[in-house]
Design a protein around this ligand. Structure first.
Ligand code: CP3
Length: 319
């Protein structure tokens, strides 16, 4: 999850020369930035360097990722006519750069590559709100006032995302992570009725690839049991809820991914590795993929990240 973040000096050096979307859309640069944390930290998997808004841009939606703000949409989707702007994506034609980066990375990496995309609701948040929002009140009100076109919008995004993720897997990605970062703003019932069916359609279509399908959101404590019904084969958990409690709430035997608080990585190696050990212990009641509970914060010392990687590796040897 934005694992290179802004914490690695070698990433910052490239960012001085290139915009974030330029890094995403230039295969050689995307490959290099994907490899940087793997080289330096010795993590056990790589995540494709890209951004969840890239396929939206590839469909012709004007947008920019503004420094310190995040994605900003030139003309937000506000009416039933605007929904028609979310069209089909032909990955090999519309995002050939991402597909090329995946193919090159699969050849170069000796750890698995995780491909990814944004989940329909989270992409809709950007399209409708137009920019990052604290409470996403506009889209929350639209679910109630315009249920028809909200459903149409999510359906179109789900179709687009299914094609995009299929294409990444066909290009050689070893697993897929679907980011539903903002889904935690929804009440559980609205999530289950209006959002989950679209997510489930994506995972259902990808099941034929027989690879790990990871589903992550922030603030999902109240949604975990519904998320467990999505067809995802791994549930990503943010740092707010301990993994043993998350496992109870999901209520079925799914592997969990998570969930060290990224802020623990700012508290020095000793505190961070103790917190990592606690995550490992709480995760040990079933299959567990260690990860941070969200992206690496920009001020994180890479040496602290290395110490965490060592802690996780030595734990794996002990059990
Ligand atoms: O190696 C990696 O870092 C993975 C690549 C990756 C990026 N974005 C690159 C990026 C991934 C997996 C994402 C996913 C993404 N993008 C999500 C879902 C995961 C999550 O964090 O919840 C979301 C919501 C976005 C949208 C987005 N892009 C935001 C909110 C921001 C941050 C804006 C800011 O400045 O705080 C971005 C920009 C972005 N995308 C950065 C990176 C490394 C940081 C910007 C930079 O380098 O200037």
């Amino acid at each position: 999850m934005r694992q290179a973040g802004r914490s690695l000096p070698e990433y910052r050096a490239l960012r001085k020369k290139h915009g974030i979307l330029e890094l995403c859309r230039t295969p050689d640069l995307a490959v290099e930035v994907t490899l940087q944390p793997v080289r330096r930290l010795g993590v056990d998997a790589a995540i494709l360097f890209n951004d969840i808004v890239v396929p939206l841009q590839a469909m012709g939606i004007g947008l920019d990722i503004q420094e310190g703000v995040g994605p900003v949409i030139a003309e937000p989707v506000r009416s039933v006519d605007d929904v028609a702007r979310v069209e089909k994506l032909v990955p090999e034609l519309d995002v050939p750069d991402a597909m090329e980066a995946v193919r090159t990375l699969v050849g170069e990496l000796d750890v698995p590559l995780i491909g990814f995309g944004g989940a329909p609701f989270t992409l809709a948040c950007y399209l409708v709100q137009g920019r990052p929002s604290r409470d996403h009140s506009l889209i929350r009100s639209l679910i109630l006032s315009q249920p028809g076109w909200f459903d149409d919008l999510l359906g179109r995004l789900a179709t687009m995302m299914t094609r995009y993720l299929h294409a990444q897997l066909d290009a050689g990605a070893h697993a897929i992570q679907l980011f539903d970062s903002w889904v935690g703003v929804l009440p559980a019932e609205a999530y289950r009725d209006k959002v989950l069916p679209h997510v489930a359609r994506i995972f259902d279509a990808l099941a034929e690839h027989d690879v790990p399908l990871i589903y992550f959101g922030l603030n999902t404590g109240e949604l975990l049991s519904a998320m467990g019904e999505s067809g995802a084969t791994v549930i990503g958990v943010d740092w707010r809820i301990p993994l043993d409690e998350a496992r109870k709430r999901i209520g079925r035997d799914l592997p969990l991914q998570g969930n060290l608080d990224p802020a623990a990585c700012l508290a020095g190696a000793e505190v961070a590795t103790a917190a990592a050990t606690d995550v490992l212990e709480r995760g040990s009641g079933g299959a567990h993929v260690f990860n941070l509970g969200h992206g690496v914060l920009p001020d994180t010392d890479p040496d602290v990240l290395s110490a965490i990687v060592d802690t996780v590796h030595s734990w794996s040897v002990d059990v």
